[in-house]
Design a protein around this ligand. Structure first.
Ligand code: TXA
Ligand code: MG
Length: 329
């Protein structure tokens, strides 16, 4: 494995590796992706092996622009054009009926494909250089926390990749919003970097609720135990979070609190408890969240007590990821 700072030489190298069936980790504005060329079937299958991902979970396809996106969909409804125009390049994946150019091995038996134009200059340059779409799930092992820094990818998957393009830390920090436009009404399959409110504003209509937790869903990647650190993640209300933290730490558990509430009294530096005091700035929380979850493991935290942000704007995606980290769907 090679970790390369993303200059034009390494982008050309990445393009050559992908064109000849290799795997490259790519930076995007959301999280790092584990990419293979859509024209390289053996490499597409290798993505599943490297991730340890069931083949029943489809991969999303990254393209350079709307023109390339159109080649992957049998039809591209007016709603999709409006959303693509408003939000691409950006953290929105549109699920559409797939065309014959999408290999069956990435669609998990579905007649649809998820497509997005990522908003990262390195990956956009790579897509132009390669002149082929890139299938890429997040570059982490199945059910683990997604990577937002090149170093996360190197630690998790380094041995199995041909190249990691280091494009710096991901600016959005949570995955793209996945919107299904293949049926009669738009369905939000996964909340993400583009808020539901922003989608509804552009569509001038409501977007259906994400499927209820625990139900079989048309977005099989939305596994209920996902984005999980090793620490036990527990959701607590703002009223109960500190009393619970202090109780657990007094019993000897190593506890970390993610909350807007500061501790009721300053924490002793030698105590078993510390905190990440959230601001109201959801963008900063999203950008840092996955690195904070990983840091909790590095610091051997046993219990992570989390207060959910309000489920509006980016808060909907944050609440979704934190619930899944806690093992609730
Ligand atoms: O931000 C992102 O979307 C990142 C970066 C790398 O682009 N990618 C990502 O990919 O998160 P992945 O595979 O980890 O998650 C994609 C999600 C999964 O929940 C998958 O089931 C869903 O999108 N998905 C993909 N294609 C689909 C399809 N045709 N129908 C329904 N759901 C689909
Ligand atoms: Mg993922």
């Amino acid at each position: 494995m090679l970790l390369a700072s993303a200059d034009i030489i390494s982008i050309k190298l990445a393009s050559r590796i992908l064109a000849t069936g290799g795997l490259v980790a790519i930076p995007t504005e959301t999280v790092y992706g584990l990419a293979a060329s859509l024209n390289q079937e053996a490499a597409l299958k290798k993505i599943y092996r490297v991730k340890g991902r069931p083949t029943t979970h489809p991969l999303i396809v990254h393209v350079a622009d709307l023109v390339q996106a159109r080649t992957l969909a049998r039809n591209f409804p007016a709603d999709a054009v409006e959303l693509a125009t408003a939000f691409w390049p950006g953290p929105l994946t549109l699920v559409l009926p797939r065309s014959g150019s999408v290999p069956a091995c990435i669609t998990a038996g579905h007649d649809t494909v998820g497509i997005r134009v990522p908003n990262h200059p390195v990956t956009l340059q790579l897509l132009r250089e390669l002149n082929a779409p890139l299938a890429a799930p997040s570059a982490n092992r199945f059910t683990q926390v997604s990577p937002t820094h090149a170093a996360h990818v190197a630690i998790d998957l380094g041995q199995d990749l041909d190249l990691i393009l280091d494009g710096g830390p991901c600016e959005v920090g949570v995955e793209s919003t996945v919107l299904d436009l293949s049926g009669p009404v738009p369905i939000l399959l996964r909340p993400g970097g583009i808020s539901r409110e922003a989608l509804e504003f552009v569509l001038e209509s409501t977007v259906a609720e994400p499927p209820a937790p625990g139900r079989a869903t048309p977005s099989p990647g939305q596994h209920h135990l996902h984005y999980s650190p090793r620490a036990a993640v527990r959701i607590a209300s703002s009223a109960e979070i500190w009393p619970l933290a202090l109780k657990l730490s007094t019993r000897g558990n190593k506890v970390r609190v993610f909350s807007r509430q500061p501790p009721p009294t300053p924490l002793e530096p030698a105590s078993n408890c510390d905190c990440w005091n959230w601001s109201d700035d959801l963008q900063t929380i999203a950008r840092d969240l996955y690195a904070r979850l990983r840091q909790a493991d590095t610091d051997q935290i046993e219990v992570l007590l989390v207060e959910l942000p309000p489920p509006t704007g980016l808060g909907l995606a944050l609440a979704d990821r934190l619930r899944r980290a806690a093992g609730h769907g």
